[in-house]
Design a protein around this ligand. Structure first.
Ligand SMILES: C[S@@+](CC[C@H](N)C(=O)[O-])C[C@H]1O[C@@H](n2cnc3c(N)ncnc32)[C@H](O)[C@@H]1O
Length: 250
């Protein structure tokens, strides 16, 4: 996990908002912060709406987000929950989350670089979410561990909502920008030069078959009760991979 953490720490320092949402004209710090946060509100509304449509989220004591970045989604969820916890592997992302969400006292921001969520208790959260995160985790065993762990920390009757690509076209698997980035890093070219001058970045794209995602969630004690195409039924195919959003409960 060390190289992976280091990559996200570099991105958290260099261009955090673009690393989170890669809008074409927002690279190198060009995101308008209000527009960026508005995307979080739209995503949070879609998450809550999808759960409500399935009769979930009757109780809203606490929410949890794995890979919260600067808190785009957790911030938007926080008015609906007593406590909202955002967890990220990247210390600079969490530092930025604390700064940007100082006006949200019911949010807690936690760095977690373990391949599990052992810092959190069984059944602690009514809503557990993760968007655009697991696809960047290099090791499928770690992805399975997080899925299992997110199910474990979900409260009975709660909702777990997780997006993950189910497949990836061959052309996209090559990821030459990432390969070039790591080759040049190995000969000590600075991260800033690679990102800002050469237009390279370390972001990896991974995927996991639907049956494996569902099996990992089941091992954590929850059951998938709905699978939506794209981001909660928006049908999106970011970079042409097949995105699915899983909704589970226990
Ligand atoms: C593309 S960003 C998405 C951020 C947030 N989910 C959102 O939608 O605004 C991916 C985030 O996942 C974090 N991340 C990557 N691997 C992680 C891991 N193993 N555990 C926790 N966070 C991780 C990165 O540091 C980054 O902040």
């Amino acid at each position: 996990m060390d190289g992976h953490r280091r990559d996200w720490e570099a991105l958290g320092d260099l261009d955090p908002l673009y690393a989170i949402l890669s809008a074409p004209d927002a690279k190198h710090g060009e995101w308008d912060v209000e527009s960026f946060l508005a995307t979080g509100q739209a995503d949070a509304a879609r998450i809550v709406g999808a759960c409500e449509a399935l009769g979930l989220l009757a109780h809203r004591g606490s929410s949890f987000e794995l890979g919260c970045g600067v808190g785009r989604i957790t911030r938007a969820l926080s008015p609906s929950f007593g406590r909202s916890v955002g967890v990220d592997i990247s210390a600079p992302m969490i530092e930025r989350a604390r700064e940007m969400n100082a006006d949200r006292p019911n949010c807690a921001w936690v760095v977690n670089d373990a391949p599990d969520l052992s810092a959190f208790g069984d059944g602690e959260f009514d809503l557990v979410v993760s968007f655009i995160v697991l696809q960047h985790v290099p090791d499928r065993a770690v992805i399975s561990s997080y899925l299992r762990e997110m199910a474990r920390i979900l409260a009975p009757g709660g909702a777990m909502v997780v997006q993950m690509p189910a497949s990836m076209p061959l052309r996209q698997r090559i990821q030459w920008r990432r390969r070039a980035y790591h080759s040049l890093r190995a000969v000590r070219v600075p991260e800033r030069t690679l990102y800002e001058r050469l237009g390279l970045d370390p972001i990896r794209m991974n995927w996991m078959a639907r049956r494996d995602v569902e099996a990992a969630i089941r091992l954590g004690g929850a059951d998938v009760i709905a699978v939506q195409d794209g981001w909660l039924g928006d049908g999106s195919r970011v970079g042409r991979e097949e995105n699915l959003t899983y909704i589970a409960t226990r």
